[in-house]
Design a protein around this ligand. Sequence first.
Ligand code: ZN
Length: 502
Amino acid sequence: MDAKTAYEQLVAWSKETSLLGSVMGVLGWDQRVTMPPKATPYRAEQFALLSRLIHERTTDPRVGEWLQIVEQSDLVADPESDSAVNIRQWRRRYDRMTKLPTELVAEFTRVTAIAEKAWEQAREKSDFAHFKPHLEKIVALVREIAERLGYEKEPYDALLDEYEQGMTAEEVEALFAPLRERTPQLVERIRNAPRQPDTSILHRHYPRDAQEKFCRLVAERIGFDWEAGRLDPTVHPFATRITPGDVRITTRYYEDFLSPSLFGTIHELGHALYEIGLPAEHFGTPLGGAASLGVHESQSRMWENFVGRSHAFWEHFYPIAQQHFGALSDVPLDAFVFAINAVQPSTIRVEADEVTYNLHILLRFELELALLRGELEAVDLPDAWNERFRAYMGFTPPNDAEGVLQDVHWSGGMIGYFPTYTLGNLYAAMFFEAAERDLGDLHAMFRKGEFTPLLEWLRENIHQHGKRYTAKQLVERVTGKAPSAEPLLNYFERKFGALYGI
Ligand code: ZN
């Protein structure tokens, strides 16, 4: 077979496999948004069948043969060409799938399915002992997976690479170090600041229908296309691209708390806009996919925090918000903007503010790294958690449910995932700086309700490249600088300095 034919085979195989994945996407969205509870057992069978079909396709030995042919051709001569990018990513996926024995993959699936149930029960009762044996198995399995996948410096790198390709634990440690040094001091200064926000205004009565109407209005003005997407309520909000013409976001409504629906919508909208901006002609091949989870999160965080929590954004939207919500009629704009930006150390990561959020991630990254280095065992986690938490936040969580048991990730075997959240924040700050360098005063645009220039800049500089570059390469291309925490820390100093008068 010649290289051209082998490449065509790979593209067809990749696109069909992705179609199966997008069918799973529809089923997954349905399960989390509209499915009646009694559908669960058959839905599980539908998922199991599709997963098996996808697994068979991804480990098909013919893929290995095709790859060998194309890798020796001039299709890989230019590393940034469409074909070279696809071939590199197919190889990476194929190796990861075939380096792990089928029994190990099956065991991992079985153990994590049981562990997720056990974790739910353990968190409910705040009983770490109930989760411990499952977590021990998971740690043993991910250690084995890391060994089998291989790494240059440390086992953690093999796991991190799954979520943030090309990034190593050493690089993450270096990137996070300035955050560890400077964030607790900033939080302390904020705590002692002369001005403090009144967050009770966000807990007045906000009717659900008005929230939904307002969320839709904001999404539309930023640039969401209802002909190619949806917004629905769910328990744990997410965004999903089914196909290029079908990108769906979800949110949740609390009538006594305005922030979750609003900033949840803008966050998921950021993810959706990235998915919409990916090159549709490459849908189903790696080139049509997101660069990394960190880059994905940079898009959601940019719209949620750098745009949606800015004073300028609310200079445009606040009069409209006041028309929707009677509860805001006596609240001045500045008081509202201060309240939605309140900084307050708290136990739960997903409820954390912009500044303390990264401390939650640092803590998890350090514990995961210690687990993979064998310096820590599952049994040690509650104490290690509480000790580090106190060092970062100044107090100890009241129980394990609000401490070591709060996140679903470890029960699902997702070790190496957490750093991508903070990487997303770092990249967002860098991208925002670069956009401002190219476009001028972004806040002046937001004040006028103009979001298209930023969105188009993101499409041109980030979205359209899909997986052509790694996150690191992309950051360097767009900003001219290597990834760094400085822009994020400077943004914190500027923004919270002004709000809190420090
Ligand atoms: Zn996100």
